[in-house]
Ligand binder design. Sequence first.
Ligand SMILES: [Zn+2]
Length: 372
Amino acid sequence: MVNWLHSLRRKLKEEQASIIYPHEGFLPPSQDTFAAIGELSRVVRNNPDAVEIYLALGNLFRSQGEIERAIQIRTNLIARPHLEPQFKARAWYELGLDYKRAGILDRAQAALEQAHKITGDDPAVMKEMARLAADSNNFSKAAQHYALLDQPLPQAHYLVRAARQEEEKSGDARAGYKLIEKALKVYPGSVEAWLEIVCRDYRHQNWTNLRFDLKSGLQNVESQLRFVLLEGLFQFIAARSAMDENIKDQAECSSIVANTVAGLEQDMVLCYYCAIFMKQCGRYSRCLEWLEKTLVLSPDFWPARLEILELSLDDQAMTESFKTQLMFFTRRAKSVKRFVCQKCGLKREQLFFNCPRCYSWHSISFRTQLGE
Ligand SMILES: [Zn+2]
C-alpha cells in the first residue's frame, strides 16, 4: 500500500498526471474532476467496500495537498441518505483532518465534533480533538480531552499552559497555582509543572520554597529530564536579568541549585548546570570547580571543556591573531544545538516537551557526545 502510494505520487510528479485520469497524462480542469468525483460517488453508493476506497481517495488528495477535492469527497459521502453510521463518522473525522490541514481550525473542530457525536469517546477522534484544542490555544480543553484519553502526561502539560493563560488573562496567581497543583496531582513527574513552580519561587524571592520545590522537582521528574528543570530555570533568570539584573538573587539561586544537586547522586549534566549557574552570577572559581567535577565524571563532556576554555582565555598570553581564531571556533562550538529527541534524533537549541517532529512527549535529552 505504502509503496503503491509512493510510486503513484512520484508518477504524478513526473508526468503531471491525474489520479482520476491516470492515462490521460494531463490534469483536467478542476470542475471535470469534481464531476468525476460526483460520478464516482453515484457509482459506489451504499457499497461499503467502495466507501472505503472513496475515503482512501480523499486521503490521497489530502496527502497531495489537494484539500478542496478531499473536502468535496467527504461532503458527498456525508450527504448520502443511508450511509452507515461508522462510515459517516469516518467521513466527518477525515473532513476534520482536511480542514485542519487547510488551517481552518473552527471547521475542523465542528467536523470532529460531528464524528464524536456518532462514535462517543473513540480514541482516534478524541486524540485529534485534543491536538486541535492545543493547536487552537485552548489548553484547558486539550487537558480535558487528554484526561478522557487517560494520558496524564499531556494532560498535565496543558494544565500548566492553561495556568499561565489563566493568569495572563485574570492577573490572579491563585487560579494558576490551582491548575499547576492539579497537573502535579495527575502526573507528579510533570517537569513543566515543577519548572513553573520553581520560576514562581524565584520571581517571589521565596528562597525557602525554592529550596524545597527544586529538591522535590528533581526527585519527582524522570532522572534524564532533571536537566530540563535547571535549563528552564536558568533561561527564566537570564530573560529576567536582561530587564533587571539582580546579582544578589542570582547568587542566592545558584547556591540553592548547587546545594540541591550536591544532595543527589552524581550526574555530569547536573554538575555542568551548577557551573553555568555559578558563571551567571559571576562566581567564576566556583564555576571552575563544578566544571572540573563534571569532567571527572565524564572527560568527553564537550560543553564543560568549552566553558573551561572560555574562562581561561583571559589568563593566556596569546597573539591577537591567535585569539581571534580561537574565539571564532569557540563561538561556532557554542552554536551547536545541545538538545536532541531520543526518539527521532531532532536537534534543537530550545527546550521542548513535545517533539516538534515526531510528537513524542518528554523525549528530549542533553547531547553529551558531539557525534550524537
Ligand atoms: Zn522526535
